[in-house]
Write a protein that binds this ligand. Structure first.
Ligand SMILES: [Zn+2]
Length: 277
């Protein structure tokens, strides 16, 4: 086993870690690295069934869910930056908390908060999102901006979590043959989302972390629930038969904006940092 390091995974909402980076997180933790999860918001405006109550109720539920997900992955610490979820709908929708929405946050201020955590943790590497913000949720685009600025402020390399979009569209088309995706699910939006295969610098094999990844996804029960019996995306993904699931979710991808070249297979490959002991 190589030198121990610290990896900080920066996400917009509780549950984003499950889909994008949970395998990498479980793999790093299992290898003895310290893994920290930072969420920008509590996800109070996430789509769910009405049984989860008002946004404040949902926020409490989702923060408990993200802690359960973190526990399943071996995460040592969860931090919530405490911004309000910006939501996917009209910009007039607010979560009622009166806090600054993440999309409205001053990038330098939010990046400074993240940088403080990165320095405090002596992070060797951290992750954010690709420049498209994945499928384009305003909070995800903001994660990209804030992550890029935090990398500048600290000099700590950022890896941008992403998915090769051609593979994603293939997987969704396959799943759509068997399952009913929720009405808000728009496959066309995925044709421009995430990253082209050529941009990807890191491909992490997480097939051995599939049980932890599924546990992480299951922990976010509120995000698998909807009124009227429709599947939410997370629920639809969990119902994909295991061989196909493993094919689609058995790898995770990152873009290192500083480099190109041969695809790497370890997020710690370019870090020289070691944990102070
Ligand atoms: Zn999100």
């Amino acid at each position: 086993m190589g030198a121990m390091s610290v990896a900080v995974f920066f996400h917009a909402h509780p549950d984003d870690e499950a889909l994008l980076t949970s395998g990498t997180m479980a793999k790093a933790a299992a290898a003895g690295h310290r893994v920290v999860l930072v969420v920008a918001t509590d996800g109070a405006l996430g789509l769910t069934s009405s049984e989860y109550g008002d946004p404040a109720d949902l926020a409490r539920t989702r923060l408990a869910e993200v802690q359960a997900s973190a526990d399943a992955l071996g995460v040592a610490r969860v931090v919530n930056l405490g911004y309000a979820d910006s939501g996917l709908g009209p910009v007039t929708v607010r979560d009622g908390s009166g806090r600054t929405r993440f999309v409205d946050a001053d990038v330098d201020v939010a990046a400074g908060e993240l940088a403080d955590i990165l320095r405090e943790e002596n992070a060797g590497v951290f992750t954010s999102y690709d420049a498209a913000g994945g499928y384009g949720h305003p909070d995800h685009v903001q994660v990209h901006r804030v992550g890029a600025r935090a990398a500048e402020l600290t000099g700590i390399p950022v890896l941008e979590a992403t998915v090769p979009r051609d593979l994603l569209v293939k997987g969704i088309n396959l799943a759509a043959k068997f399952y009913r995706f929720p009405p808000e699910f728009d496959i066309d939006s995925y044709r421009r989302a995430y990253s082209a295969k050529e941009q990807i610098t890191h491909r992490i094999d997480v097939r051995r972390q599939i049980p932890a990844k599924r546990a992480s996804m299951r922990a976010h029960a509120s995000q698998a629930a909807a009124d009227g019996g429709a599947d939410r995306t997370l629920a639809a993904f969990l119902r994909i038969p295991r061989p196909i699931y493993d094919l689609v979710f058995g790898r995770e991808w990152y873009v290192d904006p500083r480099r190109s070249g041969p695809v790497r297979h370890d997020i710690f490959e370019d870090t020289t940092q070691e944990v102070r002991r």
